[in-house]
Ligand binder design. Sequence first.
Ligand code: MN
Length: 336
Amino acid sequence: MEVSKGLTEDEMNEYSALYRHWSGIPTFLRATHRPDMAETDIGLIGFPYSGGNSIERMQHHGPRAVRNRSCGYRRAHRFLQIDPFETLKISDLGDVPLPHILNPDISTDDAEKFYRKVHEKGIIPITVGGDHSITTPILRAIAGKNSRHKGPIGMIHFDAHADSWGPTAGTKYHAGAAFFIGAEEGLIDPSRTIQIGFHGSVATLEQDDYSHSKFTVTTMADVVDKGIDWVASEVHRVIGSGPTYLSFDLDVLDIAYAPGVADPEVDGMTTREVFSLLNKLRGLDIVGADIACYCPHLDNPAQTTALVCCELMLQFVSHIADFRKARQPVAASTRA
Ligand SMILES: [Mn+2]
């Protein structure tokens, strides 16, 4: 029986069941669990790790919490008018294995080995952390001269903080180091790197110096004074057409919009600003993305921050699907 235009009753029931985030075994976006990494264009990955942040150490609970809520987010993209799940093969590859989780130096190597396998299979990784130290091993595996991109890649980095600092508290693999290491090791191209949304007070007046000397920096004052259209044009100007990574620290959002984050600051971006901006970033060649610093135990009963993570994941897979669809057949840069 046809109950609405083009849909049978069974199809309607199947469709409504997708919104029941509390039902079934949880995977990211209700994607098929594929730890063998087979049949996959985009791999959704959990990186349950807190070893890079001395301030808030419960971020390893992030991936499981996002899996739980994101089961209701197997959806299509309203603005891009695309169903990413019909366009690309999207799998949940499981969690990064971390057998030496108490040692940040060895754990960074362990994670890099895992992401090398992902990269060698031509899979685009989208990762849910974990503190922001997770970006370092991902970049080492998927960028730089030994990667299939044969050199540094572009970087769009949303964050309240620069995260471009040298060793601290006994390790170079801390939560504020990925963009320093990325530039120093030739993994990201400083001329194709834009950092977005710096805000809040600084520990020292030199805190952002490395970023200002290397990258394009867009602060919260720019967002307020010049607007989202201007920020979007800056992203397109800086990034251009090459392969690009997107790293999203949830603390770029005002704590009102993302209470469950590790190092919150007041006076950050609104969800409206972030998602308006993402809608204007169509046409970028995204070869990987991460969402960092979610702390479920600090989230509110409405799981506001988890919902933001779910929507971000859907945005990322949709933008990647939109870009790949626009340049069929699937581009060589995504295939081993
Ligand atoms: Mn960060």
